[in-house]
Design a protein around this ligand. Structure first.
Ligand code: ZN
Length: 158
């Protein structure tokens, strides 16, 4: 069973706390990776599994306390889906057959972001994300501040 937190759960609107340095986050990270894989997501944030902490995963990249330190002036339009809004994600049958594309939301994003944070061993890391990876980083970091796709589309229809 997935522990995925779905909109409009109020936890998705909370600002998450910084993780105190050297906290062992391995259990939370393992759950995030499992749920992301089960749901075929590109990324996931800790509040989406009900952990109100600043942790994100983008593909295989795990970041604790991520902070955007630089944003390009150049912007891009992204078509985004979110695991907490199932209608925006592609749908698969029980045996894994593709059923339909997700009803994605159009979001204006910075084309390139530079993000500082820590890896799961509390080593400082700096990541530059451009295009879809930058979009994904911005989307997941939004979650840590209680910002979700409905912020970008006021009359969201599930
Ligand atoms: Zn999301």
């Amino acid at each position: 069973m997935s522990e995925l937190v779905l909109w409009p759960d109020p936890r998705l609107k909370e600002v998450c706390a910084e993780v105190p340095e050297d906290t062992n986050c391995s259990e939370i990270i393992a759950t995030m990776l499992r749920v992301k894989q089960d749901e075929r997501g590109l990324g996931i944030s800790a509040p989406q599994i009900g952990e109100m902490l600043r942790i994100i995963v983008v593909e295989d990249l795990v970041m604790i306390n991520p902070r955007i330190v630089k944003r390009s002036e150049q912007m891009t339009w992204a078509q985004e889906g979110c695991l907490s809004f199932p209608a925006t994600c592609p749908k698969y049958s029980k045996d894994g057959q593709f059923m339909r594309a997700g009803n994605t939301i159009r979001v204006r994003r910075h084309k390139l972001v530079k993000v500082e944070g820590f890896d799961r061993d509390w080593q400082p890391i700096v990541v530059k994300g451009r295009d879809w990876k930058g979009v994904c980083l911005q989307h997941e970091i939004d979650h840590l501040d209680g910002i979700t796709l409905d912020n970008y589309r006021k009359q969201y229809l599930l």
